[in-house]
Design a protein around this ligand. Structure first.
Ligand SMILES: [Zn+2]
Length: 250
């Protein structure tokens, strides 16, 4: 996805006809381009406002087959198989889950089918964020644990990804696993910014605090992060703050 990195606000083009990459049905969809968040992200890197409040526009969804993706005109060859699978159809029809959460979970299933396990974890975490917003604590907890399982079943995690696992475990009340994961990474002498976030996580675990906290609590400002569509890989050895700074060029 190529998008301007420093756009000042979230923008949407007018809805246009899009041909679904899975079933070929045309529907009207809006393209979403995220602007830069103005507030610091949460410890799990959920962006601050105003991007935080735009989640209902991050993914398109085909009204015919239910395929969900940032751009449904694009589909991995394995996407059709994922969309046709029984678990995908069951998810679409599961009225016990909020519709926006189902959209992110649908995208997660497609990503999992294509073998992109860390991206599937990310999409599952996004479903947890929508549950947070609706006050659905049990759903948020179960999707955080699913996200952690996906992260851990993929390739080795770098320091920043591991911080997100620590945060997801803490917010899911998995105190022991969260603290053990944090201490294991601290023993590896991570970059200073990562160490600061981990120390904060350990204090929160001690207090059995499941609330969201801002990266700004652990790091001096500015700590910003763009929308996931701007995400780039983190260089090894680079601290969280350096990563954020590089993403924003400031
Ligand atoms: Zn479709």
């Amino acid at each position: 996805m190529s998008q301007p990195r420093n756009a000042q606000s979230s923008t949407s083009a007018a809805p246009r006809g899009v041909i679904c990459g899975v079933c070929g049905t045309e529907s009207r969809q809006q393209a979403f381009r995220a602007g830069a968040p103005e507030q610091a992200p949460d410890l799990d890197l959920r962006p601050g406002q105003p991007v935080r409040g735009t989640m209902n526009r991050w993914l398109q969804q085909c009204p015919h087959c239910g395929y969900a993706a940032p751009d449904i005109a694009q589909a991995h060859p394995a996407a059709a198989q994922a969309v046709g699978a029984a678990n995908f159809r069951a998810l679409l029809n599961d009225a016990s889950h909020p519709p926006l959460a189902r959209r992110f979970l649908a995208w997660a299933l497609v990503l999992e089918e294509t073998g992109a396990l860390h991206a599937a974890a990310e999409a599952t975490l996004h479903a947890a964020w929508t549950a947070d917003d609706l006050g659905k604590a049990e759903l948020a907890r179960s999707w955080r644990l699913e996200a952690v399982a996906l992260w851990r079943s993929g390739p080795a995690l770098d320091a920043e990804q591991t911080v997100r696992v620590v945060d997801a475990l803490r917010r899911a009340e998995e105190w022991t696993d969260s603290a053990t994961t944090a201490r294991t990474l601290l023993r590896d002498d991570p970059p200073e910014a990562v160490a600061q976030v981990l120390m904060l996580e350990l204090r929160l675990v001690d207090a059995e605090d499941t609330a969201r906290h801002s990266v700004a609590t652990a790091l001096p400002p500015p700590a910003r992060r763009p929308h996931v569509s701007h995400q780039r890989s983190v260089k090894r050895g680079e601290g969280l703050r350096g990563w954020l700074k590089r993403l924003f060029g400031r």
